[in-house]
Structures are given as C-alpha cells and as structure tokens.
Design a protein around this ligand. Structure first.
Ligand SMILES: C[S@@+](CC[C@H](N)C(=O)[O-])C[C@H]1O[C@@H](n2cnc3c(N)ncnc32)[C@H](O)[C@@H]1O
Length: 215
C-alpha cells in the first residue's frame, strides 16, 4: 500500500535524482528484490546529515549500500559510517559500491547480527538509521538511544509497514503479523519515550524521526 499516489512518488523522485551511481545501485537493489529506501528518503537522510552536522553514523541494515551512499554524500571527509549487515554476500556487494564511489575509507561494513554488534560498537553517534530486522526494533531501542549523542537523531524506517500497523486497514494482511505487532509496539514506545522527541512521517513506508533531548 502506498501512502501517496504513485505519480507523486514519481514527481518527488524526479526532484531528488541523486546521481548516476545511486540510480544504478537502486536499480540493482530492485533487481535483487532488496527492500531499499527510495530517492526521497535518501535525500532526507542526506539533509539530516547536513542539518545535524553529523560526523558519525550508525546504520542497521546495509543491504547493497544504497541508503549508506546517500548518508555518505554530505559527510565531512573525516566522517564515518558504521553499517551492520547480517548477510555476507550483501555486505560484499555494498563494499564494492563504497570502493567504486571512493568512500571505502569512510564506510565500514560490519558483518554480523545487529543484536550482538550494537554492543560492540562505541558511541556517540550523531545519526542512527534503523532499518534492519523489524522484530529487533523494540529490543534494540534502549541501546540505540544510549549510543546517540544529545541532539542526535534516530531515524527508523518502515514504521507504517504497508499501512498494516493500522488495525483492519489491509485485509487480508500481506505482512507477517508478528512483524506488524513488533512495529506497532515499537511506535507506541517511541511516541511515549521522554528521552526523545519523535515525529512520524508518511514518507514511503513511514519514517520515525526521533531527536534525543539535550536535557
Ligand atoms: C531493509 S534492508 C536495508 C536497506 C538499506 N538500508 C537501504 O535502504 O539501502 C534490511 C537489511 O537488514 C539486514 N538484516 C536483517 N536482519 C539483520 C540482523 N539481525 N542484523 C543485521 N542485519 C540484518 C538484511 O539482510 C537486509 O539487507
């Protein structure tokens, strides 16, 4: 289910074209059936990097590196992205894209289960993009908030989950009910979390933008 008309998605994509390499990596992701973000989300992530003066990024869920390429575009030369991916073949494809983009010195792909790896990385991060396994969203939340600097931003993808977080909207449901329940519960937690100011946006499959309070 699309939150905005396909024509509007197309219009927004045309306003946010990125570059030829991004278009190629997006086409590759589609051909491989990877659930990567779209150009509107990519540009939004890039804008957040600039707005927050981000130097350090943590990403959960690399896939073929598409969103990390957007995140890296406006990162300063001494910036760093750590991106976690459980699938070694996908990690290898992503590394190849970072190398051919001249970004390999700025992007580290860590292969492993995010549930374990988030305890092996050291914060603080200015920006965290949470886009991995949906049932891990809840269990990882406290760790991710603790890794975020005050004023830092946690962006979570797929918070609308094809609209299925709205009970009864999609019948019969197309998504795994346990995943839907996990995301719905996570959204409630984000909304109630006093350490964060969270805005839920109906961009693509839904983005939650959570800013860690400074006090
Ligand atoms: C939605 S895709 C990421 C898309 C990518 N961020 C983009 O937009 O270009 C989710 C990725 O998370 C990975 N993943 C799933 N479970 C994971 C886990 N437990 N730890 C780390 N990565 C995981 C999947 O293999 C998949 O490549």
């Amino acid at each position: 289910m699309q939150n905005v008309a396909p024509e509007i998605e197309g219009y927004l994509a045309a306003l946010n074209p990125g570059n030829e390499r991004l278009a190629r990596v997006a086409a590759e992701g589609e051909a491989l059936g990877l659930p990567i973000v779209n150009p509107a989300v990519g540009r939004f992530l890039e804008a957040l990097v600039v707005a927050t003066g981000t130097r350090r990024v943590l990403e959960i869920g690399t896939a073929n590196g598409y969103s990390a390429l957007w995140l890296a575009r406006s990162l300063p030369a001494d910036g760093q992205i750590l991106t976690l991916e459980i699938n070694p073949e996908r990690a290898a494809v992503a590394r190849h894209h970072f190398e051919e983009s001249g970004l390999a010195d700025r992007v580290d792909v860590i292969v492993g289960d995010a549930a374990r790896m988030v305890h092996k990385v050291a914060g603080p991060f200015d920006l965290i993009f949470n886009n991995g396994e949906k049932r891990q969203y809840g269990p990882l939340l406290n760790r991710l908030v603790s890794l975020l600097r005050p004023g830092g931003v946690l962006v979570t993808d797929n918070v609308l989950w094809n609209g299925e977080v709205v009970p009864g909207l999609v019948a019969p449901p197309r998504r795994e009910p346990d995943d839907t329940a996990a995301i719905a519960e996570y959204n409630q937690r984000l909304a109630a979390d006093e350490r964060l100011v969270t805005s839920f946006l109906p961009v693509r499959d839904g983005l939650a933008v959570s800013v860690r309070r400074r006090i």
